[in-house]
Design a protein around this ligand. Structure first.
Ligand code: MN
Length: 128
């Protein structure tokens, strides 16, 4: 069963917390600290979904989402934006860039995993 989630997040503490919560629920976490590495990981590791920070050094989350969407083999992989941006329009912008959904930071440890599950494909048994 594919239980791999890719988290593209440059903040070590945020990555640690998301990894902790998701691993506790049976997921295997692949972490990437910048967009370029994240795109490479997405193509080689074929995750079930991609959690994407928007504020990243160099290539930002909008550019990463747009790049990921250019690869047809990733077309079915949901991208969940995780961002502290609270400006009007950001949600629309990240969805326009190709994200499936949007979770705001700071994440709520009580509901975070449930929120992520909401965006995952229904049949997790399907081999990728
Ligand atoms: Mn960041």
């Amino acid at each position: 069963m594919n239980d791999r989630l890719l988290i593209i997040e440059d903040n070590e503490q945020n990555l640690y917390m998301m990894r902790f919560l998701l691993e506790r629920n049976g997921f295997t976490i692949i972490g990437a600290e910048d967009g370029r590495t994240g795109i490479e990981m997405a193509l080689t590791c074929r995750p079930l979904a991609i959690l994407l920070d928007i504020q990243l050094p160099g290539m930002d989350g909008y550019a990463v989402a747009a790049e990921l969407k250019k690869h047809s083999e990733l077309a079915m992989v949901p991208i969940i934006a995780v961002t502290s941006y609270a400006m009007v329009g950001d949600r629309e912008n990240i969805l326009a860039a190709g994200a499936t959904g949007y979770i705001e930071k700071p994440i709520n440890p009580e509901t975070f995993v449930e929120e992520i599950m909401h965006y995952l494909p229904n049949n997790r048994e399907t081999p990728v």
